[in-house]
Write a protein that binds this ligand. Sequence first.
Ligand code: M6R
Length: 608
Amino acid sequence: MCGIVGYVGNKNAQDFLVSGLKRLEYRGYDSAGIVTLSDEGTATLIRAKGNISNLEEKLAQNKRNDKIGIGHTRWATHGEPSEINAHPHQAGKIFLVHNGIIENYKELKKTLNEHEFKSETDTEVLAALINSFYKDGQHPLTNAVVQALKLVKGTYGIAVVSELDPTEIVVARSGSPLIVGVGHDETLIASDASALVGHTKQAIYLNDGEVARLTKNSIEIKTLSAEPVSAKVEEIETNLAAIQKGGYDHFLLKEIMDQPESLTETLRGRIHAEDGTVRLGGPGLSETELRKIKHLIIVGCGTAYHAGLLAGYYIEKFTPEITIETVIASEYRYRQAYIPENSVALIVSQSGETADTLACLREIKKQGVKTIGIVNAIGSTIAREVDGGTYVHVGPEISVASTKAFTSQVVAMVMFGLTIAQAKGVRNSILRPYVSEIAKLPSEIAKVLESNRDLVQEIASQYKDFEHAIYLGRDTAYPTAMEGSLKLKEISYIDANAYAFGELKHGPLALIDDRFFEIAFLPDGELYEKAVSNVQEVLARGGKIVAITNVDKFDLDVENVVKIATELKIFAPILMNLISQLFAYYITVAKGLNVDQPRNLAKSVTVE
Ligand code: M6R
């Protein structure tokens, strides 16, 4: 949510700030702003409502050659998207950009009578609070920031500059990521490594409770209680190609089409089709610990939650004596749930920064339960706080709608399940079909995407004017239906809901009429005939069905059918989900909507 950038060095700060904000735009895009300081300390503050291109237009009239500055792209929490609510916020001589939420901002505001508030934001309250300790430069900026942060309840990643010292940026974090890029005679900051790519490969990931004073050639990090911190410089792994569209019209299509390669990265060195085994290093559990596992809690939000549901359906099919509970992080963090002995928690998150998922991780750890991350973003907070983990390695996912991460999260969790099953002594003949299908998934994904893209585009155009959709499936096709409906609603704004086929006659069947169309997932298998009967029930009520199936002989008289030619049986629902992804993409393009940046959403939800 929101993006922060900052620069101090010898180059033009505006140039880095704008290019960095463009890279972070997927995190929040309802307003943006930058402030730069001249060598004498004169500030130029430019803000604009809407996306970064609006800010660029304004900057074109205000070109500066300042060598220090901070910038922000916003996803509104307090106060509507507007220029006045956009960051940076000013109080006295200081300027502040902030990600996160200051929960006690109302109480703090009451104590700040000297400041004339212009915006409705919690961030301006923090700026005024820092300024009240800074007293126009009578105290060092770092001290003022620390004093203020000690009074704050909530989450923050912040960057502060002052007109009184145009050589330093002060940054701090608690619950919202901040990365310091280490350059030659320059220091950069960003809330996401993608903004640093091409500028430096060396980065320091700040930890919660740390504050740093940055100049072009020094980085001093301390804790809020003034303990010095010796910084660990890490290598940024992302490259430029990974954060560009690579010839596609939208990041979403690129990320959908990337899946053969991104899943290959997830599997690299982990899947051994020749002997039907899986070897995962990351979780760091011994054979004895794996054997003892009796209960798996899988925690995530949105798509990560759906990935957990689907993986749970698979794992319980081949792992004996294990119960699996997949939970929504925002609910679970406040439940008084009993966690049985010998439980392990899988913490699933593409960004590794989702506030609710992170809060669950911390709650679960307090109970002494081992936590394993299924995370994409390397060095993210969740990745650093779990006891062990398996990175999914899909590379940056820029489009707000999550696609390639889903596929790899499901497979990574199934591989973890297989690791448990191996340790528990499940016969290789039972596990081998799973391993061998996983090994074939990348090439099957490539086939399915290539051979169905045009057909799905044509079908999608037929439904672009509908307002309602129902997604239906059973067994592993049910979480697949849930994920498909989320994808459609979040980018096309079509009201889409998912139901288990068996639930239809317990209520949702009443909905079927001309305003709805239905997407039915019909994988070959034990429950296929039952699902076909459910489809008949919908057809009998005038339903308009789009069937997605891998049954070659499928001959129901439905409006549209996508037949997936694949040798895979077990993981056919993963392939069907690709059709959902393409369908949501093409319908959104046909409606002329913003595919990569749907309204009201942001990529990484770092606030509760
Ligand atoms: O970064 P995370 O995987 O923790 O994000 C979880 C959800 O916010 C995310 O999957 C969201 O539902 C996507 N926009 C769905 O496409």
